[in-house]
Design a protein around this ligand. Structure first.
Ligand SMILES: Nc1nc2c(c(=O)[nH]1)N[C@H]1C(S)=C(S)[C@@H](COP(=O)(O)OP(=O)(O)OC[C@H]3O[C@@H](n4cnc5c(=O)[nH]c(N)nc54)[C@H](O)[C@@H]3O)O[C@H]1N2
Ligand SMILES: Nc1nc2c(c(=O)[nH]1)N[C@H]1C(S)=C(S)[C@@H](COP(=O)(O)OP(=O)(O)OC[C@H]3O[C@@H](n4cnc5c(=O)[nH]c(N)nc54)[C@H](O)[C@@H]3O)O[C@H]1N2
Ligand code: SF4
Ligand SMILES: [Mo]
Length: 762
């Protein structure tokens, strides 16, 4: 096989050069993987990749180590009398049936739930097939980290644009002023913003314009920006209201080309009249004149954009902040235009973002059902993930008795994960689709492993919805799975779905369910699935991918447009195909009944009194926020030796003044306490954080008995989510507030063997 540049490419499973798109984060980097003697001999950036053009980070470079990890699960595992046994696939499926069928028979499907985690969004087959499990199994409530991530953005987009995954993305390739709120792309590489080498693009913006970072922490992104505005956690909505106020107050509003499609401008004007910068300045910690200055700069820079991410979502006022980021972009004329916030045009439409039946536009009513124990309301079909532990632990009608986890580690990732850790052993059945025996899966009865990242094809699904270019890029697998009978994750999902609806997992007609799902996807495109299926001699995610490419914006629509895109054509372009920048999409992209953007949704306006009360609340002594590191990926790359080199990353960042007041020094152990719990961790004293704020990374807390994580367990770190109170939420969306948690920090009482207190502490 050769590509356009006549580099000799190896076939699947053979030694030689392979091109592969990294599936670990939204940057979607093209990699060159050299295989020698059946092992990864080297990973380098693919400079010819039409999207990433040579970008890579240490995580992508260590994909070989992930694949080769001796701890990775390669065969299904079944727990017998507390001991794990490797079994063949039919045995594993039979065990799933033995475990789950009695639970459903006795308690009904309402006693079964699932938790689908983050890697699902990046996985070739899970992303395209999760909908089967979630939509067809009959489980009334399922959980995901969506409600400790982007749920406020799903909500604001549903309300504003009539599309719960219609996210405007900052056009970082063409803007001259980028305002980053609550994101640290230097670590995350971009989130709900897929861009090739995002920090390189930020550097380029600085050369032609300016970058401003609004964050309680002076992150590596802030260090590489023109200005850092240290904001009090949880007050972004107030700041943005101050900006919107200024825009109206100073006659700076410029609605631009989308004016005819806007609804609610007058309401908005009235609402923001109450939110002068002078009113919000104290609570936000940002001077009124600085807020006015920000509004003026945004309004007078022809190409400018505000970008808000997880720091503006995982907080007490996440929905208001998510909405107002878009409002400010609209009011300054930076919406749906190059250099502003734009709706991407994915080359393959996403299976993940299909409309949820019953959640079409015009259904602003949430709380269609409530959780049993806490009474938390449903929003866009989800309830807060922090409810899961209590739903398992609390006896009574409707108690959860069985759990399926798919690519998730909620024991470390979710608020009060330690309570979940206590609850999981009480389940009657737990099945995990996962590749490692970790803090969560150690409680499972069966673990069903999918292929390693290099043993499956790759083409992103969901992430293309956030990409600043319309790209398509298919990677064949690098390796074959050693076990020829190994099952792919899409098949596992189908079998478990069948099991939930009454067929033994081993007897499920996988092809029939796959065909039914495919026919449904065809139907959404106005096509007859039975006819379209005649084009294929196989099912599975490749067929789905071909459908989404061919019926996408550049597709051939099954030969209607012969020059259009097909998977076959894409396979002939191993460096990918790039159809270029984002283009204006209003009004065609809008799913609202009147095809207008709702600038002032009532459901969100109703939350403003809560924000108003926040302004006059007594300031907290210390609040906790979260951070990420480039060499971690939530909880699951800590078992990769090459990524764990260097100093301890799991530390509590604290400002020099706060530390001095407490007599604390870098490296000392401190006790951190919130209303949720208490942890002990080493403190790292720094000037790069706002006084009154401390910061912890998440995803740590390894070293638990019964896990098989040789590397991670030797540097376990501490689980910060012990401190995340399960009921600390952004109320409109139910999203967890993992930032702005009030905490106290004192020197830890170190107990020396023999009973004496720690030396130097008294
Ligand atoms: N290397 C690496 N990359 C990742 C991940 C990873 O774990 N490691 N995780 C992936 C995932 S799942 C996601 S969702 C994305 C997230 O990607 P990002 O949104 O870029 O997330 P973070 O890097 O955590 O940056 C969040 C920032 O918000 C700040 N912040 C906290 N509270 C507030 C607040 O109230 N207001 C403001 N303005 N800022 C606040 C924090 O100090 C922090 O700097 O990253 C993805 N990429
Ligand atoms: N305090 C605090 N907590 C947070 C956050 C925060 O900012 N602060 N961020 C939150 C966010 S944004 C997110 S997305 C969540 C993440 O929450 P989770 O998704 O629950 O956590 P991960 O650590 O990503 O767990 C990934 C799991 O998938 C497995 N896995 C990896 N690859 C595959 C695969 O290809 N197939 C299968 N089947 N399994 C695989 C891993 O072994 C691991 O068990 O964490 C959240 N938790
Ligand atoms: S930035 Fe790193 S983790 Fe993300 S896609 Fe690129 S190589 Fe992979
Ligand atoms: Mo996330």
């Amino acid at each position: 096989m050769t590509n356009g540049l006549n580099r000799e490419l190896a076939f699947v499973g053979q030694d030689g050069l392979h091109l592969y798109t990294c599936p670990l984060c939204e940057a979607m980097c093209g990699l060159e993987i050299q295989v020698r003697d059946g092992h990864v001999a080297g990973v380098r950036p693919n400079r010819e990749d039409v999207w990433s053009r040579g970008h890579i980070c240490p995580k992508g470079a260590s994909l070989g180590a992930v694949h080769e990890d001796p701890d990775r699960i390669r065969m299904p595992m079944v727990k017998v009398d507390g001991e794990w046994q490797e079994v063949d696939w039919p045995t594993a499926f039979r065990r799933c049936t033995e475990l789950l069928a009695p639970v459903i028979e006795k308690h009904g499907i309402g006693a079964v739930t699932a938790y689908t985690g983050n890697p699902l969004a990046h996985s070739f087959s899970l992303a395209r097939y999760a909908g089967i499990l979630l939509g067809m199994s009959g489980m009334p409530i399922t959980y995901s980290p969506g409600t400790i991530d982007q749920w406020p953005k799903n909500l604001s987009s549903h309300l504003m644009y009539g599309g719960w995954w219609s996210f405007p993305v900052p056009d970082v390739e063409r803007t001259d002023l980028l305002v980053v709120m609550g994101a640290n792309p230097a670590a995350s590489q971009g989130s709900l913003l897929a861009a090739p080498d995002v920090m390189g693009l930020i550097g380029a913006i600085r050369k032609r314009g300016r970058v401003i970072v609004i964050d309680p922490v002076r992150t590596a992104t802030a260090d590489r920006a023109d200005a850092w505005l240290p904001i009090t956690p949880g007050t972004d909505a107030a700041l943005l209201l101050g900006v919107a106020h200024t825009l109206f107050d100073e006659g700076l509003v410029n609605l631009g080309t989308i004016e005819p499609y806007l609804d609610g401008v007058d309401v908005l004007r009235q609402v923001v009249a109450d939110w002068a910068p002078e009113r919000v300045s104290e609570a936000t910690g940002i001077a009124a004149e600085r807020i006015r200055g920000l509004a003026r700069e945004l309004a007078t820079t022809p190409r400018a954009v505000v970008y808000g991410r997880i720091g503006t979502c995982n907080q007490e006022f996440g929905s208001l902040a998510s909405w107002l980021v878009d409002v400010v972009n609209v009011l300054t004329g930076h919406f749906d235009v190059p250099g502003g916030a734009m709706f991407p045009t994915p080359a393959a439409w996403s299976v993940t973002v299909q409309p949820i039946p019953g959640l079409e536009d015009g259904v602003p009513e949430f709380g269609r059902y409530r959780t049993r124990v806490r009474g938390a309301k449903e929003v866009l079909g989800q309830v807060p993930v922090s409810c899961m532990a209590e739903e398992i632990a609390t006896p009574g009608e409707g108690q959860i008795k069985a759990l399926i986890t798919v690519a998730g580690n909620p024991v470390l990732s979710t608020p009060a994960g330690h309570l979940l850790d206590e609850a999981l052993p009480t389940l009657e059945a737990m099945i995990s689709i996962d590749l490692w025996l970790n803090e969560t899966t150690r409680h499972a009865d069966v673990i069903l492993p999918g292929p390693s990242p290099l043993e499956q094809p790759h083409h992103d699904d969901l992430i293309l919805n956030f990409a600043v270019n319309s790209v398509a890029n298919y990677s064949p697998p690098v390796f074959r799975r050693p076990d020829p009978d190994a099952r792919d994750e899409w098949e596992i999902l189908i079998r478990l779905t069948g099991l939930c609806t009454g067929t033994p997992a081993e007897d499920v007609d996988v092809a029939a369910i796959d065909d039914g799902f495919f026919d449904y996807l065809c139907f959404t495109q106005g096509l007859d699935g039975a006819e379209i299926r005649k084009h294929y001699d196989h099912g599975g995610p490749e067929r789905t991918l071909d459908l989404t490419l061919r019926t996408g914006p550049f597709g051939d629509r099954y030969e209607e447009n012969p020059d259009g895109l097909t998977l076959e054509k894409l396979k002939a372009a191993p460096n990918g195909i790039n159809y270029g920048h984002m283009v204006p999409r209003v009004p065609e992209v809008l799913g609202t009944a009147d095809q207008k953007i709702r600038l002032a949704p009532e459901y969100l306006l109703d939350d403003l009194p809560r924000l108003a009360r926040r302004l006059t609340r007594d300031p907290d002594d210390l609040v906790l926020v979260s951070r990420r590191h480039l060499r971690s990926n939530n909880s699951w790359l800590h078992n990769v030796g090459p990524l764990m080199k260097g100093r301890d990353r799991c530390t509590l960042l604290m400002h020099t003044d706060d530390a001095a007041r407490r007599g604390l020094h870098t490296g000392e152990l401190v006790a951190v306490e919130s209303s949720g719990g208490r942890i002990e961790v080493a403190v790292e004293v720094t000037d790069a954080i706002k006084p009154g704020v401390v910061s912890m990374p998440h995803g740590w807390g390894h070293g638990k008995a019964g896990t098989r994580l040789g590397v991670a367990n030797s540097t376990p770190g501490v689980n910060t989510n012990v401190l995340s109170p399960p009921d600390f939420l952004d109320e409109p969306s139910g999203n967890g507030a993992l930032n702005g948690i009030p905490v106290t920090v004192v020197a830890a009482e170190v107990l020396v063997p023999g009973g004496a207190g720690s030396p130097g502490k008294d």
